[in-house]
Design a binder for this molecule. Structure first.
Ligand SMILES: C[S@@+](CC[C@H](N)C(=O)[O-])C[C@H]1O[C@@H](n2cnc3c(N)ncnc32)[C@H](O)[C@@H]1O
Length: 245
């Protein structure tokens, strides 16, 4: 499958940071702090090109190798990544179900384990189901099954019984933890779970790490499980994945 749509549908150019921003980030690093000021990029852009490439390879892999189950995205916002996932599904196996979940009311309250988060807050990233549907229409793809509501209300009863690919993008500690609690038991053997914003400074100290609650939730949840998250390169953003054993 050709994958040039990854560069065409959404802008992928990271804008040049000012020398002042570079200096501030250098100082934060020297002080031993993980927080960084974000590099400027097109407003509202959810992923960079490296993340979409990783997404492409991970989704196409589970479909090409016939890992059983539906695909899900927990925290779909206005569907930027959902359209990428749907495009790959339509190419490899259009019979697969694709379910997406979001409050569409923006982010919930922060938990104390989100400490270190600098520029995200409750209510941020508010969008609508219609905005998501419009993005699917724009690129000529069938919409996914949309589950609107907070994860603690939708996930217990509205997840498919078997999952081949889960994209967890709820940003905060509690959102990621509940996502893992409900998706993990449904993941088929060989399924991929990709977690956005997972950063591990021990692996790559320069990685984007403004949502440290994500790693805390994953590490706590997987502490007694055989799977561990691999932090994979995505330039100025961060994400990681594990494969269900
Ligand atoms: C960063 S955005 C998702 C971006 C999208 N995955 C993409 O790449 O295009 C995070 C989304 O998670 C949703 N979210 C976070 N915690 C949630 C929760 N507990 N219940 C429902 N939605 C939640 C927010 O509403 C927001 O739209």
């Amino acid at each position: 499958m050709e994958n040039f749509f990854l560069t065409q549908w959404y802008d992928w150019r990271v804008l040049e940071p000012s020398p002042k921003l570079v200096l501030i980030n250098k100082i934060l690093g020297k002080l031993g702090l993980y927080s960084r000021l974000q590099y400027p990029r097109s407003t509202g852009l959810m992923t960079n090109i490296e993340q979409r490439l990783n997404l492409y390879h991970l989704v196409s892999q589970v479909l090409a190798y016939n890992v059983p189950g539906a695909l899900v995205e927990l925290g779909c916002h206005n569907g930027q990544s959902s359209t990428v996932i749907q495009k790959i599904i339509q190419h490899f196996d259009p019979s697969r179900e694709f379910h997406v979940y979001d409050s569409f009311e923006g982010l919930p309250a922060l938990h104390e384990k989100d400490a270190g988060t600098t520029n995200f807050d409750v209510g941020q990233l508010k969008t609508t189901r219609d905005a998501l549907l419009a993005n699917f229409k724009k690129v000529g793809l069938p919409p996914p099954t949309i589950h609107e509501g907070w994860f603690d209300k939708t996930l217990p009863t509205q997840l498919p019984p078997s999952i081949s690919f889960a994209y967890l993008d709820g940003d905060f500690y509690e959102s990621i933890l509940i996502s893992l609690q409900y998706t993990y038991p449904r993941l088929s053997k060989g399924a991929i779970c990709l977690i956005d914003d997972y950063a591990d400074p021990a692996v790559y100290p320069a990685g984007w790490n403004l949502l440290p609650g994500v790693k805390r939730a994953c590490d706590e949840f997987l502490a007694d499980k055989p799977e561990k998250v691999s932090y994979i390169y995505s330039a100025d953003m961060s994400h990681g994945f594990f494969r269900k054993l």
